[in-house]
Ligand binder design. Structure first.
Ligand code: TXA
Ligand code: MG
Length: 351
């Protein structure tokens, strides 16, 4: 398939191009588009054939449900059975933005889009290009992250092109994603709202907005194999770099000592060693290592923005052993550590 690759300027959106992208969706085609979290791989959420095409393009199992993206709150009522009062509060505070809410679905949403579930995940992105595109596409765009299954979510258009060129109809290029990690998912179908995936909107922010304690069950990160997980995506093997990744946790100087010692041994064995470190610590590491800065230790937003690109670079540069410092777990840092832990297969060394 010939993929049309189009650059869109966020501050000067070309209406004709957006209309063309919208028409592709209306005709049952697929378009990748930027959002503030990660790039999405979009199709018409109300067309079962489009959802099937999304799974095929991604190489993803079709029981892993898609998020439906909307452009205004008025669009919600058509796709959900009812809107719980918590949803109005959260929409008021966090939409448009990096929050996905789970509702009971209406008959308008085909089971192909929800992976057979009777619930539907809905998000209203704040990205201007995304917003214009969703409107032009008819208002309901189903989209998983625009990576091939088994790769990190793309946070730059070049990674979308790498994974999707030749597999979909069109790619809208809009530069780098601001947040860099996928949206927070909160389930509103239970008595107490539960976070199924941590993201930029934190447990504290949600609890404060609702005035009740929202649950983030850390156990949900790795459900037992025999338990049907609430977010079906959780049961699939998550992205892990080609090289084994170890998170080394502790006092910064001790961490650097430990990584330098372990890495020196790996180098003697002829391996290419890589380190993911805070900007403040990069000078502490052996110059023979491939060192990736995740930004300042005090800027958790920067680490979130950089992590997925760093993981892709480490594969591209053929790292054979990877060590990472732990990130600060305030704000979005909790979500960044959640993704890093998955990439490391929960392999942590405490020093
Ligand atoms: O930030 C994001 O959420 C990005 C951008 C493109 O919006 N999208 C994204 O989609 O990360 P995806 O498909 O890669 O991840 C969606 C997650 C999966 O873990 C899936 O299982 C879960 O949402 N999910 C979707 N519908 C659900 C439902 N009805 N109930 C529970 N979990 C659901
Ligand atoms: Mg994904």
């Amino acid at each position: 398939m010939n993929t049309k690759i189009i650059r869109v300027e966020e501050n000067d959106i070309d209406e004709a191009l957006i209309r063309e992208a919208g028409d592709v969706i209306k005709a049952g085609g697929l378009v990748a588009f930027p959002t503030e979290t990660v790039y999405g791989l979009g199709g018409d959420a109300l067309n079962p054939e489009s959802s099937k095409k999304i799974y095929a393009a991604k190489g993803r199992p079709s029981d892993n449900p898609l998020i439906v993206h909307i452009a205004d709150l008025g669009a919600l009522s058509k796709i959900v059975k009812y809107i719980p009062k918590e949803a109005y509060v959260l929409a008021e505070v966090f939409w448009p933005g990096p929050l996905t809410m789970i509702f009971e679905k209406s008959d308008a949403v085909p089971f192909e889009t929800t992976g057979g579930l009777s619930t539907v995940a809905v998000r209203m992105p704040s990205d201007k290009i995304a917003n214009a595109f969703i409107k032009a596409a008819g208002g309901y765009v189903a989209a998983p992250s625009a990576n091939l299954s088994g790769k990190p979510s793309p946070t730059e258009d070049k990674y979308v092109i790498e994974d999707m060129d030749g597999r979909i109809d069109m790619i809208l290029c809009g530069g780098r994603s601001l947040v860099g990690l996928e949206s927070t998912i909160v389930d509103l179908t239970e008595e107490t709202p539960v976070i199924l995936r941590p993201g930029y909107i934190t447990e504290d922010m949600l609890s404060k907005a609702l005035g009740i304690k929202v649950l983030w069950d850390r156990a949900i990160k790795e459900p037992a194999a025999d338990v049907a997980p609430k977010a079906p995506g959780m049961k699939y093997r998550h992205y892990a770099p080609n090289a084994p990744l170890t998170i080394v946790e502790g006092d910064a100087d001790k961490v650097a000592d430990a990584i330098n010692r372990l890495g020196a041994k790996d180098i003697i064995e002829g391996k290419k060693v890589a380190v993911i470190a805070a900007a403040e610590n990069t000078a502490k590491y052996d110059k023979r290592f491939l060192i990736k800065s995740a930004g300042s230790f005090y800027n958790e937003d920067e680490a979130a923005r950089l992590l997925f690109a760093i993981l892709r670079e480490l594969d591209d540069e053929d790292a054979q052993v990877i060590y990472s410092e732990a990130f600060k777990e305030t704000g979005v840092g909790c979500a960044t550590m959640n993704r890093l832990m998955k990439a490391a297969g929960h392999h942590v060394l405490k020093v």
